[in-house]
Design a protein around this ligand. Structure first.
Ligand code: SF4
Length: 331
């Protein structure tokens, strides 16, 4: 069977696991194309009006797979939590319902299950067991597929920890061992991106921030590359950890990078209308005042023009160049 996987939201965290699972069961995994104008338009016209752009774009990817790629199913998991007592945004938790309601006539083709991540093997076995049952797989083959799925995810995390970004992981999904062995390119400057992976890695939405930084001799590190043990003690301005797992990664990981001597500056990337983004951005604002590290917020929505973003990214690069004594952008 052909299983469509939309290139949005938790794709940018758990794709290796999903790929490993469906491949092991002998299915074809069909990805939607990277976000482009058509995908965005499809999303905007099919999603409810007052929702963040990340969710709108996701609708566009689902619609593309349903209409253009002739898939049997589109996989739209409900990622409920990513750690014990750390949940996802309510919009993410409601994703299968939003999608089924937007594409009512295709709702039978939406393959969905509740997923509780990073809480041991049992919740994953239960979730994947339900999907396997729907796809007609035996219990034995599901168990084997779950093992392979976890293997893919572990290898992807190892690549991230080494400094390879998730876009590289997607490109090298068939050979993550080889990617792991490849050296990470050093550059003159180092900038950290803090935020939700789907906002950071969707270049169409964020003015291609990674590409523009790399072209200016900047090595880009991202909060998803960090081992959580490195930043778990960053609790300043928080009475306790935030309720949402990805917000903790962005806030605490961003603070860790602000304290890192080799990091020249930090950029956050978030969706307009995202209340959770506003919280971690504020926390990082407060912390940047103490560390005096350059900090810039990129907030995107469907009206954000690429030109404006590029100008801001270039100005940020100029700022770190001046701070390092290198003057303004070299010709
Ligand atoms: S956390 Fe923010 S960006 Fe993500 S789905 Fe929720 S509202 Fe949208």
């Amino acid at each position: 069977m052909k299983i469509g996987v939309p290139r949005g939201l938790y794709f940018y965290v758990y794709y290796p696991m999903w790929y490993g699972f469906f491949k092991s069961l002998g299915h074809d995994v069909v990805l939607s194309v990277p976000t482009n104008k058509d995908i965005l338009n499809l999303g905007v016209s099919n999603a409810v009006d007052d929702i963040c752009i990340s969710v709108k774009v996701y609708h566009g990817h689902v619609k593309y797979l349903l209409d253009k790629r002739n898939v049997d199913y589109v996989f739209v998991p409900r990622v409920v939590s990513e750690d014990k007592y750390r949940y996802t945004c309510p919009k993410l938790a409601a994703m299968p319902d939003l999608i089924k309601s937007a594409f009512n006539k295709d709702s039978e083709r939406i393959l969905s299950v509740n997923m509780y991540m990073n809480q041991g093997k049992k919740p994953l076995l239960d979730a994947f067991g339900k999907i396997g049952e729907k796809l007609g797989a035996s219990v034995k083959s599901v168990k084997k597929a779950v093992k392979e799925a976890m293997g893919y995810q572990e290898k992807a995390v190892k690549c991230l920890r080494k400094g390879h970004n998730f876009a590289e992981i997607v490109k090298n999904i068939r050979n993550l061992d080889k990617l792991f062995d490849e050296p990470v390119k050093e550059r003159r400057y180092n900038v950290a991106l803090a935020g939700f992976p789907y906002d950071i890695y969707d270049g169409y939405m964020n003015g291609d921030v990674i590409k523009h930084l790399e072209e200016a001799n900047v090595r880009v590190v991202i909060t998803d590359m960090l081992n959580p043990k490195l930043y778990k003690h960053y609790t300043k301005y928080m009475i306790k950890d935030l309720f949402w797992h990805q917000a903790n990664v962005a806030a605490k990981g961003g603070m860790y990078y602000m304290d890192s001597k080799d990091i020249d500056g930090v950029i956050t990337v978030s969706s307009f209308n995202c209340g959770i983004g506003a919280i971690y951005e504020k926390l990082l604002d407060l912390y940047s005042k103490e560390t005096n590290k350059p900090l810039m917020h990129i907030v995107v929505d469907e009206q954000t023009g690429d030109a404006g973003l590029v100008t801001r990214i270039e100005a940020f690069i100029d700022l770190i160049r001046v701070k390092r004594g290198d003057g303004l952008v070299a010709s």
